[in-house]
Write a protein that binds this ligand. Structure first.
Ligand code: FAD
Length: 457
């Protein structure tokens, strides 16, 4: 599809009249705020930002963008590191104000609109002692995270977020409303569970819920960086035998006093009478600088790490999966982290195990199931003058770790300058996703995403 850059005033007026929600354009007092996303390094200038107040607004936006041949981006939580929820020129269809949540405690399901964030959904489901597996931060949007797969503290017990999706309501590229589930448009339902925003605009998500908490054991234990090799080897052994109810991440970070430290962050969501026994290998091993593991409400754990990644901070990242977490990989992580230019940056190794790994890779579009360690290099900084040095650190770090990569990358962690890794992101399911794209979006109307081109390029 060829896109127009500009749009005539008369057409804008037409859209404004058609919408129940607000329409923002350059020159409006709230335009600068409206074009922000979570990553402060993203600087895009859409021609129009439509805050949808309901599904009819989404339909009006899709029809308008087609008629005017406008590039179209879709924003829900605005948290994708690549800033793909925005486009330069064109129309941003913003769903962030669609906030309805309905929990059915008897059926153990929840239906939430696309503008809901994890903290909001957890709060409502936890009122009934229930939850669906989400990410590990409360401010992230449920929409982008679910459509890309979704990993977090409950993945060992209950799988990826998309494994718990029961149905979605969508607006297609043709401007039609449909429901996709196991029994309706089952091909599309397969595709939205990992294929990102390639097939349409999801306006609401229905999830399976499970009993969780409300009290879990969570937090982290800090160890000296001088013992990083031993700590990470211990983490590797610990995770090899971890029960499904325990998920742990190893992190290299800088403490408040400026010294680098190794942290193991964990959540145990099983029966509390076993919690101490399960977690004790983290507490009683080696030199513990600080033991911050404690019983807490699940909703508190879900927001425990929010402060480390505030909206507006600059971020750049690289990631991949590892089949093995070898000693050479550990040494490389430690050597590269010693060169970190910003004390805000972090390296995280997530252990993906249990229920998420038991689903066959072809069962959903999210096929990254067989490599147990997801490894992320995250640069964070505030001063724009430091952008290049931080990006260089990430690139050099990533290059050094590539020999340990399984050749897979999580679509929700793929930064904006990595288009060559799209196939890695969709892995074994790429060809099937291309066929689905050709069927549901042959003109590639939904192209502001980690794009599956209908041509299969
Ligand atoms: C601080 C932080 C913590 C994170 N933690 C985790 C984590 O624990 N686990 C995890 O799996 N991921 C995590 N992520 C990654 C997260 O999954 C992605 O950033 C995800 O895209 C966020 O969803 P969003 O709705 O906020 O995204 P947005 O930036 O709004 O959207 C990203 C893309 O998703 C698509 N999209 C969004 N909404 C819709 C919709 N309604 N219909 C169709 N397509 C849509 C579009 O292509 C859009 O460009 C984290 C990210 C950040 C920044």
């Amino acid at each position: 599809m060829q896109f127009e850059i500009d749009v005539k005033d008369s057409a804008v007026q037409q859209l404004r009249t058609a919408l129940r929600g607000a329409l923002v354009r350059p020159g409006d007092p709230d335009y600068e705020t409206a074009r922000q996303v979570w990553n402060g390094a993203v600087n895009r200038h859409p021609a129009l930002i439509a805050y949808c107040a309901g599904v009819t607004d989404v339909l009006a936006c899709v029809r308008f963008a087609r008629e005017q041949r406008l590039r179209t981006a879709v924003r829900s939580g605005g948290h994708h590191v690549a800033g793909i929820a925005l486009c330069d020129g064109g129309l941003v269809i913003d769903l962030s104000r669609l906030k309805s949540i309905r929990v059915d405690p008897a059926a153990r399901t929840a239906t939430a609109q696309a503008g809901v964030r994890w903290g909001e959904l957890d709060r409502e489901t936890q009122a009934f002692g229930l939850a669906t597996p989400g990410g590990t931060e409360s401010d992230v949007g449920i929409a982008g995270l679910t459509l890309g797969g979704g990993n977090g503290w409950l993945m060992g017990l209950y799988g990826a977020t998309c494994d718990n999706l029961l149905a979605v309501d969508m607006v297609t590229a043709e401007g039609q409303c449909l429901t996709a589930s196991a029994t309706q448009h089952a091909d599309l339902f397969w595709g939205v569970r990992g294929g990102g925003g390639n097939f349409g605009i999801v306006t609401s998500f229905t999830y399976q819920l499970h009993p969780v908490g409300p009290i879990v054991l969570g937090g982290m234990v800090l160890y000296p960086f001088a013992q990083a090799r031993e700590v990470i080897e211990h983490y590797r052994e610990f995770t090899r035998t971890a029960p499904d109810a325990l998920t742990a991440y190893a992190c290299l970070i800088t403490a408040e006093d400026g010294t680098p430290v190794v942290a193991i962050a964990a959540c145990y969501a099983g029966p509390l009478e076993h919690a101490e026994q399960v977690i004790s290998p983290l507490r009683t091993w080696g030199t513990v600088l600080s033991d911050q593991l404690r019983l807490m409400p699940y909703t508190e754990l879900q927001s425990l790490f929010d402060a480390a990644r505030p909206a507006g901070r600059r971020c750049y990242m690289r990631s991949h999966f590892m089949r093995e977490f070898s000693n050479d990989a550990i040494d490389t992580l430690i050597t590269q982290f010693r060169r970190v230019p910003s004390p805000l940056s972090a390296v995280i190794v997530e252990h993906c195990h249990g229920a998420i790994a038991r689903v066959p890779p072809e069962a959903t579009a999210f096929g990254l199931r067989t490599s147990p360690y997801h490894f992320e290099i995250l640069a964070f900084w505030d001063d724009p003058a430091q952008s290049e040095v931080n990006r260089q650190w990430v690139r050099a770090f990533f290059a050094a770790t590539q020999p340990f990569s399984s050749g897979e990358v999580y679509v929700n962690s793929l930064d904006q300058d990595e288009p060559q890794r799209i196939r890695e992101a969709y892995g074994v399911n790429y060809e099937q996703l291309v066929a689905l794209k050709r069927h549901y979006d042959p003109t590639n109307f939904f192209c502001c995403n980690h794009n599956i081109a209908p041509t299969g390029r």
